[in-house]
Write a protein that binds this ligand. Structure first.
Ligand code: FES
Length: 151
């Protein structure tokens, strides 16, 4: 077998490998784009029960875990009384650090760069460019369900 004949399978192997890698990268982008392009209702389909209404005190956020397709996600869930229910992703919108709720101030504080949000997730100060991401929350009977992104 000549040197050229040996090189052909190697070249073909590399072409297939590079093509396969390109396909994997392309599919990853398609998946990410779907998160942003799909309407909120499409992301809201995966409802999970996370507790009972009586587990929540009105006006006091409770940190809950939602098991999404990408793993466990932390969400602060609040019964706002007459204003309904609110679920907020616990990731800061600046660089995704986990925010903590400070009950004495009724604010979410980001430990990384000092971002501060109000009870409803609106930015009060610091570098966060936008409010905390809202998630689907529904009450059915006496059960509380969480779902995907709303914003
Ligand atoms: S990551 Fe929260 S303020 Fe920077």
């Amino acid at each position: 077998m000549s040197k050229e004949e040996k090189a052909m399978p190697r070249r073909k192997f590399l072409q297939i490998g590079i093509g396969g890698l390109g396909a994997v990268i392309g599919l990853s982008y398609v998946g990410l784009a779907g998160d942003f392009l799909l309407p909120a209702s499409a992301n809201a389909q995966q409802l999970q029960e996370v507790g009972k209404v009586n587990d929540f005190t009105v006006g006091v956020p409770k940190l809950m875990v939602y098991k999404g397709s990408g793993g466990e996600e932390g969400m602060y869930v609040t019964n706002l009384g007459a204003e309904g229910w609110l679920a907020l992703d616990f990731h800061c919108t600046h660089l995704q650090c986990a925010v903590n709720y400070e009950p004495s101030m009724k604010q979410y504080m980001c430990p990384c760069h000092g971002g501060v949000y109000d009870l409803k997730g609106n930015v009060l100060s610091g570098p966060p460019p936008k409010p905390l991401v809202r998630r689907v929350v529904q009450v059915q009977g006496d059960s509380v369900f969480l779902g995907g992104r709303l914003t």
